[in-house]
Ligand binder design. Structure first.
Ligand code: ZN
Length: 68
């Protein structure tokens, strides 16, 4: 049994998606491509928005992902 060869992702983008925390109970994900998620009460939900956008659009997750 052999593993499939590693290949870079088909979609290459320089845009970065990250999470902004605006106080307790208000976090939202934004991307440099112009995409913005709706505000979330939970930071984890905003992080999930960021990861979902990253997977769907090919934008890279920022490091660190969360900016306070
Ligand atoms: Zn994006």
């Amino acid at each position: 049994m052999t593993a499939p060869p590693l290949s870079p992702p088909a979609v290459v983008s320089r845009d970065e998606v990250g999470v902004h925390v605006r106080g307790l109970g208000c976090s939202y994900a934004t991307c440099t491509c112009g995409w913005t998620a709706r505000p979330r009460h939970l930071r984890a939900a905003a992080e999930q928005d960021a990861w979902t956008h990253s997977i769907e659009s090919g934008c890279a997750p920022a490091f660190p992902l969360v900016n306070r």
